[in-house]
Design a protein. Structure first.
Length: 360
């Protein structure tokens, strides 16, 4: 399950966003909204494709993919030195796949006017300092061995020294060359600035000029960093989630310009950043969505479901969800030449519906 850490300055609206996202779910088990800890929640990712596939396949149950959110508090200037709640919370971000950086885009009496770049930088610099510390510590640990001539340690030392020099220049590591990023990741996978970032501008009113002016600024900043940006009205979105009547709900969403499904919006952006795709299965009358790393072969997909399917893998029949739905049945899609038989080297594509054949 993809894990997303919601970070940002105090009063940016992180908890409001967290609540909006984790409440935005109901319908089918097993995920729903589950509170693991007060600040950890799992939301199911509504995916219209699932409903359409389920209909064609006469599935009796739908199981969406899920996304885990952490509401990460305690990040203030100096957090890396233990200010505020300090490192305890930075360590929670380290295990996440994507950082959702929440930026305040509304006025609050106790806070100065929103300042996109300044606010973003304050947090980004804490991340950089925190990574610096981790890299330094690791370097100290391996230095002796490297200096004694151990080849592996020397390689690691050279990679980490490079990372440290970039951090010293206040460069987040995700901005480096893909190859360098992969090397650094192989030694220290938990560095925060290696992680992809989704900037979320939290606004009062998504239709206002003020909000949109701030959003333009944020998009510019995100583009410079190769990050993604979106605008959410967390407080209104949370109110939307508390409306049960479908008609009133969609009127409310339309009036205020809200996402009917904020989780899907966030999940789509996070999947893109995390290089994840979705494939589907319909075995045992259960229509299920699964996440998978881009460029994975079909054995990895099989492994996700059950190691026995990977072990006993013979072949798979694959149809794109859109072809399946367009032709109205698996059989009709097959007759139209849209079902493909693939072996173990097949690279799974987003939207594949997969029927595994395996020795039990
Ligand atoms: N006006 C306005 N207030 C908001 C919005 N989102 C959050 N707030 C308020 O801002 C304050 C801080 O929000 P909170 O979610 O606790 O921020 P956190 O410190 O980042 O977790 C609370 O009083 C929220 O009600 C918003 O979109 N508009
Ligand atoms: Mg909070």
């Amino acid at each position: 399950m993809i894990e997303v850490g919601i970070a940002g300055l105090p009063n940016a609206g992180k908890s409001t966003l967290f609540n909006a996202l984790t409440k935005a779910n109901a319908s089918c088990a097993p995920y729903r909204f589950t509170t693991i800890k007060p600040n950890v929640g799992v939301a199911e990712i509504k995916d219209e494709r699932l409903n359409l596939i389920a209909k064609v396949e006469n599935s009796e149950k739908i199981i969406p993919a899920a996304i885990k959110f952490y509401d990460i508090a305690g990040l203030i200037e100096g957090a890396h030195k233990g200010e505020g709640l300090g490192n305890q919370f930075l360590s929670e971000i380290r295990t996440c796949d994507v950082i959702c950086h929440c930026i305040r885009g509304f006025n609050l009496n106790s806070e100065p006017e929103p300042d996109i770049r300044k606010d973003a930088d304050t947090v980004n610099i804490e991340f950089i300092y925190s990574d610096m510390e981790l890299v330094q510590r690791r370097i100290e640990k391996i230095r002796k061995k490297a200096e004694s001539g151990d080849r592996q340690s020397r390689e690691e030392l050279s990679v980490l020294s490079y990372a440290l020099s970039e951090l010293n220049n206040l460069v987040p590591l995700r901005k480096l060359d893909y190859k360098e990023v992969e090397k650094i990741k192989s030694y220290l996978p938990d560095l925060i600035t290696l992680k992809p970032v989704l900037y979320v501008l939290n606004v009062e009113d998504p239709k206002s000029q003020f909000s949109n002016m701030l959003f333009e600024e944020l998009k510019k900043l995100a583009a410079e960093e190769g990050a993604e940006a979106m605008m959410v009205a967390a407080k209104l979105q949370l109110e939307l989630e508390e409306i049960n009547d479908d008609d009133i709900r969609s009127d409310f969403a339309e009036e205020f310009g809200l996402y009917e499904n904020a989780v899907s919006k966030v999940a789509t952006a996070c999947y893109k950043l995390g290089h994840l795709i979705t494939f589907f299965t319909t075995a045992n009358k259960i229509c299920q969505a699964w996440e998978l790393k881009e460029n994975s072969n079909i054995l990895l997909a099989a492994e996700k479901i059950h190691s026995d399917i990977a072990k006993g893998f013979i072949k798979a029949e694959i149809v794109n969800w859109n072809d399946l739905v367009t032709y109205g049945s698996f059989q009709a899609a097959r007759e139209a030449g849209k079902v493909f038989i693939e072996g173990r080297d097949y690279i799974v594509q987003d939207g594949d519906v997969i029927f595994f054949k395996f020795n039990r």
